[in-house]
Design a protein around this ligand. Sequence first.
Ligand code: PBG
Length: 338
Amino acid sequence: MKSELFEVAQRSPIAERPRRLRRLQSLRMLVRETRLSTADLMYPIFVDQRLTGRQEIEAMPGISRLSLSDLKTEIDEITSGNIPAVLVFGLPKRKDAVGSEAYAENGIVQQAVREIKRHAPGLVVATDVCLCQYTDHGHCGLVQGGEILNDESLKLLARTAVSHAKAGADIVGPSAMMDGQVRAIRNALDEQGCRSTAIMAYSAKFASSFYGPFREAAESAPVWGDRRTYQMDPPNRREAMREIATDINEGADIVMVKPALSYLDLIREARNRFDTPLAAYNVSGEYSMIKAAGQKGWLDEERVAREVLTAIKRAGADIIITYFAKEAKRWFEEGTGQ
Ligand code: PBG
């Protein structure tokens, strides 16, 4: 019986032999469909107004909060690796109910942007536009009676975006998930003469548990409640497409899916549906999981990170926001970049 089957297999020709093109590394390179490079990456940085030197973030090995005076060295490292863009987050010296430091002329992000642009005018500077790092309650908008107000928050988000743009930001990234935030920001930018400032909208941003380490990094955890009344519900796919369509309609230049890894299906769907440049945020928890398993010796950290970033690109992202960017620079320098 066994040998009979074998003979049948021998007689019927095997139509496809994909293994022919897997024989050599050079052959595999020729037929590779997705190539990751540092040019795809945007690197998030945390600038802390209270610091005088850098401070490591325990939950994100390899990532530190920086003081303003650390920026030059950090930026030199980034530009020497041909990473085209940074995404700036700020930790202010003080918080209050209305997030005043988010839109203060000499707020930490505004100062950091000026400093980076002075030092490296060709580096793309994007900023996160949100109130959560600046409010004492830790929510992304104004709060009244336990509710996060939408329309009242828009003015402050628009003011924040304009102050970033005036400091020199090339891209502002509204991440508060307030309805109408992209339109409010576009109108304000245009009125204030910031027509060339682009908007990267955190369009499909989910209420995800993968932001845990970031909230330690940015001290932005809500003091009470959670973000589920404004960030998206993770099971929703059609709603994500509506959020993206709305933001494009309101004037977004770049749209985003966040987090990336558990939402690769949405990245692919957005890529198929829309022609607007698409960013994917490989968030803090996705980074820290790999780091932790790597430290334990359970995973080959570098290979896993490369596989993950390549998968995000293969899913359809044009821009990958990732804490691995500086390490990725090393992979390519060493010629190990696949
Ligand atoms: C601010 C903001 C958050 C992240 C980016 N911008 C946190 C949040 O929404 O709670 C998360 C980034 C990460 O986890 O790497 N709203």
